[in-house]
Design a binder for this molecule. Structure first.
Ligand SMILES: [Zn+2]
Length: 231
């Protein structure tokens, strides 16, 4: 049986993070814990958290750290994630969140933080051709549309181009992401958890690289036992 994993995946928008997270969660048979998916489902099922989140988003405000960490904390304490692990997607975004996450995942800690690296030029091209399901957030592109007439393959929702996927807005978001994430990458680097993986190429090729990095780390083993994952 393949051992589980406790993984965080970082990467700018358009780096293929969502796609890789789904693949990695299948490969290691652990849940894909996506803050975006969780928020959408909270909003949809009108939970208290969902209503608060909806209000904030309607005002154009960001979801505060505490709210995100509350959601992540409760998901990571469920039996499937405490047992086999998780692929965490969309969190942490800041060192503040990383510190909180570090406490949430004790005593085992994280195995690895993957930084999926893709050049800004390529990401711009990908994002400009991106189409998104309005209901479930599934990603498509003009090169790989849904099977039927811009109707989501997953949920049947409408697949559209996001209004904020203009070149200017994309560039602004990418710059913001880099400024925001640089300290976070340093934080994980200092703790020897960060591995940079080239995110260019086919999804298969990228998955092979990520799995290769994780498996190499396991073969090497970790003196402090942090990399050890029960089968
Ligand atoms: Zn959908």
């Amino acid at each position: 049986m393949i051992p589980g994993v406790r993984l965080v995946v970082l990467g700018k928008q358009g780096a293929g993070k969502g796609t890789q997270c789904v693949r990695l969660s299948h490969h290691y048979v652990v849940p894909h814990v996506s803050t975006g998916d969780m928020l959408r489902s909270e909003v949809k099922s009108r939970t208290d958290l969902g209503k608060r989140a909806r209000e904030l988003m309607d005002q154009g405000d960001l979801i505060p750290d505490d709210m995100v960490m509350e959601m992540v904390g409760s998901r990571l304490s469920e039996r499937d994630t405490t047992g086999r692990g998780f692929v965490l997607d969309g969190c942490p975004r800041t060192t503040h969140q990383a510190e909180k996450l570090d406490k949430l995942v004790q005593p085992s800690g994280l195995d690895l933080v993957i930084d999926l690296q893709v050049s800004t030029t390529l990401v711009m091209k990908r994002l400009a051709s991106r189409r998104v399901c309005v209901d479930c957030g599934a990603n498509y592109s003009t090169a790989a549309p849904p099977l039927v007439n811009w109707t989501c393959d997953v949920c049947g929702g409408e697949v559209v181009q996001r209004q904020d996927d203009t070149e200017e807005a994309i560039e602004r978001r990418l710059n913001l992401y880099e400024a925001e994430t640089a300290p976070l990458l340093d934080w994980y680097k200092q703790r020897e958890l960060l591995v940079e993986v080239n995110g260019t190429g086919s999804p298969d090729a990228v998955t092979r690289r990520v799995v290769g990095a994780i498996d190499a780390l396991r073969r090497k083993g970790r003196g402090d036992g942090r990399g050890a994952v029960p089968a």
